[in-house]
Design a protein around this ligand. Structure first.
Ligand SMILES: Nc1ncnc2c1ncn2[C@@H]1O[C@H](COP(=O)(O)OP(=O)(O)OP(=O)(O)O)[C@@H](O)[C@H]1O
Ligand SMILES: [Mg+2]
Length: 330
């Protein structure tokens, strides 16, 4: 399948009073056309900053993208001015982003129609009436009842779940090639979460859009993502087809993540084991593997070597670890 987005060695830093935060430290990943890719990892590991960097939405200062490439439609987006025409067009219509808290992306003083129509008028050349018609269609598609009337309401007149539906409609409105959904349903109750995720999956199928699903919920990636990337301390530590990574995790951190959540494919009496210890301080990163202090599989080599590079451990399966977990299993 053709590659839609190729991110190479992305590096993003934040200058803070306490020091330089290495929030994204050499991240490489790709998204194919019509693919759902999951990005998982615990809080603070750099999932959001990675995605915001792709769209050059990092606040500057304190943030800086100090290296890497973001290839999309034959261009390295990082070579373009963050507020120049190329990036505005990418953000406005080609890559849409859905955030966890819709109120941060919706403008409270504009009606839903104003917000939905604006992009279509700007990027698709729709006139006002056509944009309004399409906006109502989109709202109906994302399950907002009585869309013709609700379209003139303001964001605060919608419930949290409904606002997230509006965000999904907005994301789809300019027929983007890629949607990046950053914890799109975490703030909602589980039933609404499930409904919205199903809706998003149906719509990306229907619109032929690729989706990057950022979440710390492994159940969500297991169900929706074809491939996953596991992040730890600003880096990718494991990547591969979701089924393969879940069945044969090859990085101790992934093993830990999988043991720490309930799974339906395991007997109920299997004990859940939280990952001991704390995530590393991204200001004082050790030269060795950042997971080392928490790793129960560590060997002597780990403490003596630099952070291990991602290496192929199976078909399309990569892991950054010196220990061969497969051999240990057998
Ligand atoms: N504006 C900022 N200033 C300083 N540090 C920041 C800033 N934004 C993010 N960071 C730091 O960058 C690191 C990565 O943050 P990021 O938001 O990407 O984490 P995350 O994986 O998305 O976590 P979560 O699951 O909680 O959303 C964190 O250590 C965070 O403190
Ligand atoms: Mg985040």
């Amino acid at each position: 399948m053709a590659t839609l987005l190729q991110v190479n060695n992305l590096q993003t830093r934040f200058d803070t009073e306490a020091g330089v935060v290495k929030a994204v430290d050499g991240v490489t990943y790709h998204v194919d056309e019509h693919e759902i890719v999951g990005i998982v990892g615990e809080s603070g590991c750099g999932k959001s900053v990675t995605q915001l960097s792709v769209l050059q939405l990092i606040p500057h200062p304190p943030g800086r993208i100090i290296g890497g490439e973001v290839w999309f439609e034959g261009k390295d987006l990082l070579k373009h001015e963050r507020n120049g025409p190329e990036m505005r067009s990418v953000r406005g219509s080609k890559i849409a982003m859905i955030f966890q808290e819709p109120m941060t992306s919706l403008n409270p003083v504009l009606t839903v129609n104003d917000q939905l129509s604006e992009g279509m008028q700007l990027h698709l050349g729709f006139n006002k009436a056509d944009a309004r018609r399409r906006a109502a269609e989109l709202l109906t598609m994302v399950g907002i009842p009585d869309a013709e009337r609700r379209i003139d309401d303001y964001p605060h007149q919608f419930s949290g779940g409904m606002r997230q539906r509006v965000m999904i409609a907005m994301a789809l409105s300019c027929n983007p090639k890629l949607i990046i959904a950053d914890e799109p349903t975490t703030a909602l109750d589980v039933t609404t979460q499930a409904v919205l995720l199903e809706l998003m999956k149906d719509l990306v199928d229907r619109f032929n859009t690729s989706l990057v699903l950022v979440t710390h919920n492994l159940g969500v990636v297991a169900r929706y993502a074809q491939r996953i990337y596991v992040m730890y301390a600003g880096r990718i530590v494991e990547a591969g087809p979701t089924k393969e990574v879940f069945a044969h995790p090859r990085h101790p951190y992934t093993v830990g993540l999988l043991k720490s959540v309930p799974r339906l494919d395991q007997p109920r009496d299997v004990k859940l084991v939280p990952i001991e210890g704390l995530p590393p301080n991204l200001i004082r990163m050790p030269p060795t593997c950042a997971f080392l202090p928490r790793c129960s599989y560590r060997i002597k080599r780990c403490a003596k070597s630099h952070w291990p590079a991602l290496t192929t451990v199976g078909s399309r399966h990569l892991a950054a670890c010196f220990v061969n977990l497969e051999e240990m299993e057998s």
